[in-house]
Design a protein around this ligand. Structure first.
Ligand code: NAD
Length: 484
């Protein structure tokens, strides 16, 4: 028996973490999950020892070896350079997918909508959420929106594989490619390309703003959603909120390095130590983990006992209608244990096959081949506070070299000066200090770029950043001008 046990790392976490973990582990034990635990320290106590990412060195070793982590929520101290344990773990272990099932418990747990049963598959490592930011001038900051073909293909393929393995019918892609044509355009393009390999599934895409509005309005119409990191962060909170299941939902972070399973909620310091927290979110996370490691029978047994318990009106205080009859955390855990082997009568039951694990995809380079790449220009960003567009444009124009000529001066993406119309003033002067000078040419090299930079320096103009402009198979890999 022992030989078949799967060893997992367990972090009891902060706040209500130890209470909900105790109840969850009791349920796992009673249900006969073949697991062996290695306890690791993450969070508050580790932060207090001056380890800024909140992860004990021994915990790294354990998680790296076991590749599975069941984790209670962690309190991230405010300010002071402390790093979020979650973000560090996701990045360090290449957990590219965040999977969050969102459902309602119609008739048993109050919610704003009925019949919700969706899964949000969120890219976990890229997009604006990667937090790559710069401040180059006194007035202006830049955030980098990083979208890679490889990262997108991994998440999109995972979403389709998940949908297929779990009997889902539709995969909806949320993007904003009407505005971000290159980054979100790439995400959309890869979604379409990979989607063509899954003719059995319905595919659609929505602009993210209307998509989120629809998730808030008619969440029951969604099945699987796949989207970028920041959009996924927002849409999964909207979905959980409108489904009323924030305290009940579990989630998983998956990747090559290790898989992490946790409740969606935080450490709830306001109720910590009172023994009243609802352990359902963590129990649901444990159910996801059991499916992931192939213990689908135990997963279904626990999932169904939990649903039966909710149907029976055995509730913790956060969802109990009659607060006087609310169960404590451990009483709720015991109620679930008492209901093991029972199935819900109304709520959609778990089966051995539901929540099926998906083989981790690898990027298969959808359209990487035969790409020609040509340097056709450079955007040089300069720091010029209180400058007037026509004067600055005339001066910057003098930095042109034969191969690389000024094409456009812009501020915040709006054309401000065109050397072909050097006396045409913009509608309004720039209000910020960061300007982009676009120099374009043919058959150019970085040598020409360096000459332009040297010329700008000679003119006393401070350049703070450059972006080379390339075409790929003749298609511009940079955004065009606005308003010029
Ligand atoms: P929270 O989810 O901890 O609490 C929000 C509200 O929901 C509180 O009133 C709380 O009492 C209630 N609540 C949450 N979980 C509950 C449960 N299981 N049973 C009953 N009631 C529950 O969110 P917050 O207050 O914004 O964050 C508290 C701390 O948790 C912060 O330090 C935050 O950084 C951290 N956090 C950690 C994670 C994580 O580790 N995955 C996620 C979110 C927040």
């Amino acid at each position: 028996m022992c030989a078949n046990k799967v060893k997992i790392s367990v972090a009891k976490g902060d706040g209500i973490g130890p209470e909900i973990m105790a109840a969850t582990l009791e349920v796992l034990q009673a249900a006969g999950a073949a697991l062996e635990y290695e306890y690791v320290e993450l969070g508050e106590q580790v932060f207090k020892r001056g380890i800024m990412n909140g992860i004990d060195p021994a915990a790294w070793e354990s998680i790296r070896t076991n590749r599975l982590l069941l984790k209670s929520p962690i309190t991230t101290p405010q300010g002071g350079g402390y790093k979020s344990v979650n973000v560090t773990m996701r990045k360090a272990f290449g957990q590219f997918a965040n999977v969050r099932p969102v459902r309602t418990f119609d008739g048993f747990v109050p919610s704003k909508h009925q019949g919700v049963d969706m899964v949000i598959v969120r890219e976990n490592e890229e997009s604006l959420y990667a937090g790559i930011e710069y401040r180059q001038t006194r007035d202006t900051c830049h955030g980098v929106k990083l979208v890679s073909r490889t990262g997108t293909e991994l998440i999109v393929r995972y979403a389709f594989e998940y949908a297929r393995a779990n009997g889902r019918k539709r995969v909806t892609c949320l993007i904003k490619d009407n505005i971000m044509k290159i980054t979100d355009g790439l995400f959309h393009q890869v979604f379409d390309l990979v989607g063509a390999e899954y003719p059995d599934l319905i595919k659609d895409s929505m602009i993210v703003d209307i998509g989120m509005a629809r998730v808030a309005d008619t969440p029951e119409k969604f099945d699987v959603i796949v989207t970028e990191n920041l959009y996924g962060d927002i849409v999964s909170d909207i979905a959980s909120q409108v489904a009323g299941s924030v305290g009940l939902a579990g989630s998983m972070n998956l990747g090559e390095g290790c898989a992490m399973f946790e409740a969606v909620h935080g450490s709830a310091p306001d109720i910590a130590g009172k023994g009243i927290a609802n352990p359902s979110g963590l129990i649901n996370a444990a159910v996801l983990m059991l499916y992931h490691i192939g213990q689908g029978e135990v997963a279904a047994k626990i999932g169904n006992a939990l649903l039966y318990t909710l149907e029976a009106g055995q509730h913790t205080g956060d969802i109990a209608v009659d607060k006087a009859k609310a169960l404590s955390t451990s009483q709720f855990g015991q109620a679930v244990i008492g209901n093991l082997g029972k199935a819900p009568s109304k709520l959609k039951a778990f089966s051995t096959g539901s929540g099926k694990a998906v083989k981790m995809p690898s990027a298969q380079a959808t359209t990487q081949s035969s790409r020609t790449k040509a340097l056709v220009g450079v955007d040089v960003f300069i720091d010029a506070a209180h400058a007037k567009a026509l004067e600055l444009g005339a001066k910057v124009n003098m930095a042109s070299v034969p191969a690389l000529k000024l094409d456009l001066l812009s501020s915040r993406g709006l054309a401000m000066f065109d050397p072909k119309q050097p006396t045409k003033a913009p509608e309004t002067e720039a209000v910020t200090d960061l300007w982009a000078c676009r120099f374009s040419g043919e058959n150019i090299s970085n040598h020409d770029v360096r000459q332009v930079l040297a010329n700008l320096e000679g003119l006393g103009i401070e350049w703070v950043k450059t972006e080379n402009l390339y075409t790929f198979d003749g298609m511009a890999g940079f955004s065009g001008r606005h308003g010029g």
